[in-house]
Design a protein around this ligand. Structure first.
Ligand code: F0G
Length: 482
């Protein structure tokens, strides 16, 4: 996005790319949309893509590639071992992060599996600013435990703290003291905390966490899957970093860390992942696991074409005009919602626009899943596929009780370089309509509930006939519209 002033005085994000490959979309009539969500067990993960108009489920693996990425894919060096493509990716990561070692994995959670297998034992404690679903699943699977040490502001959907993903340093010191450094194999920083609305962590906080972590002889690790947006926010919101380039900020962040892992489905505009490591000995602890779980050390489950695309995508990630598009579209959405009384997470973060479902639907009990209900309603209202990020995304306790999530959000993800502003405006319009008729929306209950990561393939049903009523209201307000 460019800093362009409009003569009209309007302030809208301006795309700094043009579209040269397109995919046709279709928008089903509202009656059919309701049938589709019913058939999908009221779970947006189970919808068929052909039935979706605006897919805002995630920004994972669905970002648009550039012409340069596509061109690079044509020169991939296909080889099981020793591919030149791998060495190009390895060199690029070294150039950006300054770490000597790189282990490839097929995606982000595969890196989490390797890290957990290498470091987590029964009774281990992993402190972090906030958990991510797959991260926690790997840690608890091996008998470890997560402690979340985010600042209190991070758990409030509203507010204007510029870095709601920051660690509370007092909580961090206390956590290390209480558990003992010997029981903490590493401390995990999530850059751009996914589940609380893509909220960033500041460079200063990373430096403070690094000091405390290293004073205690513990390894410091970053999940950099959402680092792209976080880099932009550091540049925009942290006074000391205003005049630093994105590359300089990236290196300043990396210099504090021992390990960086990432999902290249997000970071690098591709599909894949990996682990960058500073120290040879630390690398050795994980290296042997790669051929067992992922593939040989020079591809780790990734196709060579994807590795080429990531190498170019990493360079594009260092371009402020490229990485500002997501946050600026998200800010535009959030501001329009705020003007119209729709409750959203503030300040706007990365990844997507996050609607506060607890406030949007206060009449729905936490155990009847307000955010999941809102996700169904948004699909009925506009063929918009969002993702529940709330109580339904939590795992039950071993005794079967259901923890209520700290925040209850509907995420409308903004894949990079994919949607136009008119499509974003359509989404805003339909959500505002939904908000006017929020009293019509009711809750959900499980029909089939898997025991692990239940949000992926659990099936639910609406409590009562609210979906039919919503369709009737839509027809009344938009008699001619799809
Ligand atoms: N860490 C974070 C912070 C993530 O956001 C994700 C994925 C992963 C790890 C796992 O990476 O999907 O490549 O295995 N987040 C996606 C999302 C799924 O939609 O937010 P992966």
């Amino acid at each position: 996005m460019a800093q362009v002033q409009f003569f009209s005085g309007e302030s809208i994000p301006l795309e700094m790319h043009k579209v040269r490959v397109v995919q046709k979309l279709s928008l089903l009539p509202v009656e059919q949309r309701q049938k589709c969500i019913e058939e999908a067990g009221n779970n947006t993960f189970l919808l068929k893509n052909r039935d979706v108009f605006i897919d805002m489920l995630t920004d994972s693996g669905v970002n648009a590639m550039s012409d340069n990425q596509m061109a690079a894919m044509m020169i991939a060096d296909d080889s099981y071992a020793g591919s030149e493509t791998f060495f190009r990716l390895e060199r690029k990561l070294h150039e950006i992060f300054g770490m000597d070692f790189f282990l490839p994995t097929h995606q982000g959670r595969a890196a989490e599996n390797i890290l957990a297998e290498a470091f987590v034992r029964q009774g281990s404690v992993i402190p972090m600013n906030f958990h991510f679903t797959t991260t926690k699943a790997h840690i608890t699977r091996l008998g470890g435990r997560v402690e979340e040490l985010i600042i209190d502001e991070g758990l409030r959907p509203d507010g204007n703290h510029p870095f709601k993903g920051n660690f509370d340093l007092e909580k961090l010191r206390e956590c290390i003291k209480r558990n003992g450094a010997e029981n903490i194999p590493f401390i995990r920083i999530e850059a751009g905390t996914n589940l609380i609305g893509g909220q960033p962590i500041s460079l200063q906080n990373i430096k403070d966490v690094s000091r405390i972590t290293h004073e205690n002889g513990i390894l410091l690790l970053m999940d950099a899957s959402l680092l792209q947006d976080n880099l932009f926010f550091i540049h925009e919101r942290e006074a000391a970093c205003k005049h630093m380039s994105i590359r300089e900020i990236t290196r300043a962040v990396a210099d504090e860390l021992d390990i960086i892992y990432f999902s290249a489905r997000k970071f690098g505009f591709g599909k894949g992942g990996g682990i960058c490591i500073r120290d040879r000995k630390v690398c050795e602890r994980m290296k042997e696991l790669i051929p067992v779980f992922e593939g040989f050390l020079t591809y780790g489950g990734m196709s060579v074409r994807e590795m080429e695309a990531i190498t170019v995508g990493l360079d594009e990630t260092m371009d402020e005009q490229v990485i500002s598009q997501g946050p600026q579209f998200i800010e535009f959405m959030a501001n329009e919602f705020i003007k119209n009384g729709v409750p959203v997470v503030t300040p706007p973060g990365g990844l997507g626009c996050h609607i506060n479902a607890r406030e949007f639907l206060p009449h729905i009990d936490a155990h009847e899943y307000p955010a999941a209900s809102l996700a169904c309603a948004a699909f009925i209202a506009g063929g918009i596929r969002g993702m529940e990020r709330g109580t339904l995304s939590e795992q039950r306790e071993p005794d079967g009780t259901e923890p209520v999530a700290a925040v209850e959000l509907l995420r409308l993800a903004v894949p990079r370089r994919v949607f136009t502003l008119s499509q974003v405006k359509y989404v805003i319009d339909r959500i505002i309509w939904l908000h006017k008729h929020r009293d019509l929306v009711g809750g959900l209950r499980f029909v089939e509930e898997p025991s692990v990561l239940r949000f992926f393939f659990g099936r639910l049903e609406p409590i009562g006939d609210w979906q039919q009523k919503l369709v009737q209201q839509f027809r009344k307000d938009f008699p001619e519209s799809l």
